[in-house]
Design a protein around this ligand. Structure first.
Ligand SMILES: [Zn+2]
Ligand SMILES: [Zn+2]
Length: 376
């Protein structure tokens, strides 16, 4: 469907969260602008992320509003703009930063909008991008070049989160990093760190994902169930890695053990159940720095520029590019471990893309996906 067709429709297709564990592809009335400062986006593509899987667990592993349209990793064109919409105009191609902070609570005023006390999230608490049209605040939109493939542009949101983590640890070319987890997030860390001249060891139990890491230039890939990650790191750099990234959410202890004295640990993966036993003195005596990082609105512009640059090799990340109608298939395949990252083609070219072999790692049925919280 072209933007024009989507814009003219009286009804739209939408993937709606129906309550614990259930989604449904529904026909809905064409949405109107939610506020005068909103724009209506004709969605081209929208990614499915680990948070969506958590929302669809039963009981849910992440809250969401029943009846809401899912999808928070979207790219599309502005089809309509409210009278108070600033910064973008009709026809602009944009990606959307989905976490809408209020700007007036204490954390917002302290420069920590990711902890906003009255935030809303597009695709979780208000309607999102797994639909032909969606109303979002104009201030959440970031213009993106027409030349960037829609499925790659849909990676802007997870990449912005990854950049928010990386800017805290300030890696240097020539350094060695170990990354735990090669889901979409772990692979985006690999892409960015690798492009910056950092040599990366990737620890991941699922073969499909280790293969993606290998294709993306990992210095070494390791199955932590059968091989010694620390020994692999030490073979690259005696004394340990300069940086350890936990993109799983439960690898704090391993990360501390794998970095050199003075090294850094970045805790990024989310697993609210994980309780790590840490030898605290190991952090003190070896002067290790521990960082936490979650989401970052301020890194959206850099994420857009980085994707537009073409510097990152990201095809192995997107294992599945499927039509909107196959949302349930995409979720099932992600959950069974047969996918790395699934992006849904909302605007309608997915069938063509699928038939032309745009799925370098699309092998539904491979088992795995045992890690929780490795994506967001
Ligand atoms: Zn706030
Ligand atoms: Zn996400």
């Amino acid at each position: 469907m072209t933007d024009t067709q989507a814009t003219r429709r009286d009804t739209i297709r939408a993937v709606v969260f129906q309550g614990p564990g259930r989604i449904q592809l529904c026909a809905r009335p064409r949405p109107s602008l939610a506020s005068a400062a909103d724009v209506l986006i004709a969605v081209e593509a929208c990614g499915i992320c680990g948070t969506d899987l958590h929302i669809l667990e039963n009981p849910p592993g992440h809250p969401a509003t029943p009846g809401v349209v899912l999808g928070h990793e979207m790219v599309g064109h502005v089809a309509e703009a409210g009278p108070e919409a600033r910064g973008v105009t009709v026809g602009d191609r944009v990606v959307v930063a989905p976490n809408i902070s209020c700007g007036s609570c204490a954390p917002c005023k302290q420069g920590a909008p990711s902890a906003c006390l009255s935030s809303s999230t597009v695709g979780i608490f208000r309607d999102g991008g797994l639909a032909d049209l969606v109303s979002v605040p104009a201030r959440a939109c970031h213009r993106v070049a027409e030349a960037l493939p829609a499925r790659v542009a849909a990676l802007t949101e997870p990449l912005s989160c990854v950049l928010n983590g990386i800017r805290r640890v300030r890696p240097m070319p020539g350094e060695v990093a170990v990354i735990h987890g090669a889901g979409a997030i772990g692979l985006l860390f690999l892409a960015v760190l690798g492009a910056g001249g950092v040599r990366c060891v990737v620890a991941e139990p699922v073969a499909l994902r280790r293969e993606a890491a290998r294709l993306m230039g990992a210095a070494a890939t390791v199955d932590p169930a059968t091989a010694d990650v620390r020994a692999t790191v030490s073979a690259l750099q005696p004394g340990g890695a300069d940086l350890a990234v936990d993109a799983v959410g439960s690898q704090f202890g391993a990360a501390v053990a794998e970095v050199r004295p003075g090294g850094g640990v970045l805790l990024f993966g989310m697993n609210s159940q994980a309780r790590s036993v840490i030898a605290q003195n190991d952090i003190t005596r070896r002067e290790i720095t521990v960082h936490g990082a979650y989401v970052g609105e301020a890194t959206f512009p850099a994420a857009v520029r980085q994707l537009e640059s073409g510097l990152l090799r990201l095809d192995p990340v997107i294992s599945h590019y499927l039509p909107l109608e196959r949302a349930q298939d995409a979720i099932d395949t992600l959950r069974s471990g047969g996918a790395v990252k699934a992006v849904l083609d909302v605007a309608g070219s997915a069938v063509i893309a699928e038939d032309s072999g745009e799925r370098p790692l699309g092998r539904p049925g491979v088992s795995g996906f045992k890690q929780k919280g490795a994506l967001r």
